[in-house]
Design a binder for this molecule. Structure first.
Ligand code: NAP
Length: 259
């Protein structure tokens, strides 16, 4: 029988990711920042990356102000050069990457009939092609170390489709298929790859929706409230800590909206 005391249990929780380095893309704010905070809370050094140094530094400061470890790096996930530079700089500074969370994402919503090719391409590039590029850049280091945790932020829209989101739905469905492929290709390297499919989470991305659309969503959410970024962070934390025998899976965090 275990005789672990409460203080020992707390201590081990804080130390679970001690010495590990976690890169989270698009983590200057929103879900990415919440995930980074959660991982930092367990001892990881979190690499906050965003399009501008200012937003990366702003996210990183929130974490260091909590007495936790973080550092801001520029990484525009649509720019191969920017991705390669970030990976090289992180490896030069820390010598390892244990966790990669592909979180950066955008929406450009409009009905199929009106969707411009630029709107389609921008969303596919930022949400899907980026996961291919960033993972390819980072995973070779995990592979050499024979350890890694890759977590991709998909969406329930990628499983069910949605009015006005042809580009977004296709990008997130692609992320799910890519997740399963990475899981298969890298399992022998002790690298797991899983996805999280959030439903409606209260962030700047959803705050721009019209109030009547938000009300409509709420009708279909059995838990009767929108999710918080921290709810998504809990799932990411599971994949990075406890879920060592779980790979190629999608965990839905949507208050029961789709079941
Ligand atoms: P958010 O608040 O808009 O944050 C997205 C972050 O990604 C921002 O920091 C943004 O930077 C960054 N970003 C955008 N384009 C980028 C690029 N090219 N390179 C690097 N970073 C870039 O959105 P969120 O709600 O936290 O969304 C995070 C992820 O969760 C996305 O993949 C989204 O699709 C997914 N998701 C969200 C919901 C939801 O309800 N909120 C639901 C399902 C899935 P800037 O601040 O500079 O624009």
């Amino acid at each position: 029988m275990s005789t672990t005391t409460l203080s020992e249990a707390k201590m081990s929780h804080h130390d679970l990711l001690k010495d590990q380095v976690a890169i989270v893309t698009g983590s200057g704010r929103g879900i990415g920042l919440a995930i980074a905070k959660k991982l930092a809370g367990s001892g990881a050094t979190t690499i906050i990356t965003d399009i501008t140094q200012e937003s990366a530094d702003a996210g990183s400061k929130e974490i260091t102000d909590m007495g936790l470890k973080a550092s801001g790096f520029v990484c525009n996930v649509t720019d191969t050069g920017s991705i390669e530079k970030m990976t090289t700089d992180v490896m030069n500074k820390y010598g390892r990457v244990d966790i990669l969370v592909n979180n950066a994402g955008i929406t450009k919503d409009t009905l199929l009939m009106r969707m411009k090719l630029e709107e389609w391409n921008a969303v596919i590039e930022t949400n899907l092609t980026s996961v291919f590029k960033v993972t390819q850049s980072v995973i070779k280091n995990m592979s050499k170390a024979n350890y890694g945790r890759v977590v991709n932020i998909a969406s329930v829209i990628g499983m069910h489709g949605n009015f006005g989101q042809a580009n977004y739905a296709a990008s997130k469905a692609g992320v799910i298929a890519l997740t399963k492929t990475i899981a298969k290709e890298y399992a022998s390297k002790n690298i797991t790859c899983n996805a999280i499919a959030p439903g409606f989470i209260d962030t700047p991305m959803t705050q721009k929706l019209k109030p009547e659309i938000k009300e409509k969503y709420l009708e279909f959410i059995p838990l009767k409230h929108f999710g918080q970024p921290e709810d998504v962070a809990e799932a990411a934390f599971y994949f990075c800590t406890g879920g060592s025998y779980v790979t190629g899976q999608v965990i839905v965090v949507d208050g029961g909206m789709f079941m």
